[in-house]
Design a binder for this molecule. Structure first.
Ligand SMILES: OC[C@H]1O[C@H](O)[C@H](O)[C@@H]1O
Length: 292
């Protein structure tokens, strides 16, 4: 059975419910706040494990990060490569507006303490054809892409958050599957609309499968042969959008490994992402395969 090895971020999420996203210079009072478990890496591992894929999660937390490791373990992921460092656990400040849309600020903490040895231990668990999943929330991404590719792993990279310097420096030509939302896609391609972004990326990286999530409009994929597929999102009431993209990615990859069918993977990803937005929080809002 092929596996997903996720060298992924782990964050404590500080979530504030606000009437709207604050403007520069504005002070707002939150109607509620809470601490949740998240990090794009953790959310994606939990989603893939709940979609019944075999998942190994590698990453780093601080001394206060045990609830994150426990959540991964409980979802069924292998956590033997989650290291505890003498640095604060990464955290995210998540501002949720009245429409359920979020704005996120990251403080990487232990997510930026990964070493080459950590990468090699994680990649060493893989066999050719396994997926190495990465997000742009940990350090040494370029090295992870190069080493994973050299080991015969399929590289799946979620370019979130987008960062122009990383776009110049990362060996994206070695990536097999690129996950972006509209903002990230426009950042990588330097253009604004979905069709144009997919066309530019296809021309620049002909072997790439690009998958773009578009919120309520579902997801688009552009294959290495240049075919563009679109899967609409099933209607669900929006409570909070946090982790919807991560949920999509976990379910998408699990289905792609299971059936090899891109259309089925897009459908399941969209279904899972839509269910995630109907509930509050990050990791706690991710459904199980059985539920769908
Ligand atoms: O995608 C949602 C996630 O982004 C940030 O990584 C937060 O930790 C949150 O859980």
């Amino acid at each position: 059975m092929k596996r997903i090895i996720n060298i992924g971020s782990l964050n404590l999420d500080k979530i504030y419910q606000l009437p709207h996203t604050p403007l520069p210079g504005e002070t707002l009072t939150a109607s509620s706040n809470r601490i949740g478990l998240g990090g794009k890496g953790l959310n994606q591992s939990i989603a893939a494990a709940r979609a019944e894929a075999a998942v190994i999660h590698a990453g780093a937390v601080g001394p206060d990060g045990e609830p994150l490791t426990a959540a991964l373990r409980e979802a069924g992921a292998d956590v033997s490569l989650v290291r505890v460092r003498d640095t604060a656990t990464g955290h995210a400040l998540i501002l949720v507006n009245e429409k359920g849309n979020n704005s996120i600020v990251l403080s990487p903490g232990a997510n930026h303490t990964l070493t080459i040895n950590d990468l090699d231990e994680a990649i060493g668990q893989g066999h050719p054809g396994d997926i190495l999943l990465l997000q742009n929330e940990t350090n040494l991404i370029a090295e992870a892409i190069r080493r994973g590719h050299a080991a015969g792993l399929k590289i799946a990279f979620n370019f979130a958050p987008f960062d122009p310097q990383a776009a110049r420096e990362l060996p994206l030509e070695l990536v097999d599957i690129l996950f972006v939302n509209e903002i990230e896609g426009a950042g990588v391609a330097g253009a604004g609309d979905t069709g144009r972004i997919l066309a530019i990326l296809h021309e620049r990286y002909p072997a790439l499968l690009t998958v773009m999530t578009r919120g309520p409009e579902g997801a688009f994929a552009c294959t290495p042969s240049g075919e563009v597929l679109h899967e609409p999102s099933p209607p669900e009431e929006v409570v909070e959008t946090t982790a919807a993209g991560d949920t999509f990615i976990g379910f998408f990859l699990a289905e792609l490994l299971r059936s090899g069918d891109l259309g089925k993977a897009l459908k399941l990803g969209c279904k899972a992402g839509a269910r995630c937005v109907s509930r509050p929080g990050a990791a706690e809002s991710i459904p199980t395969l059985g539920e769908l």
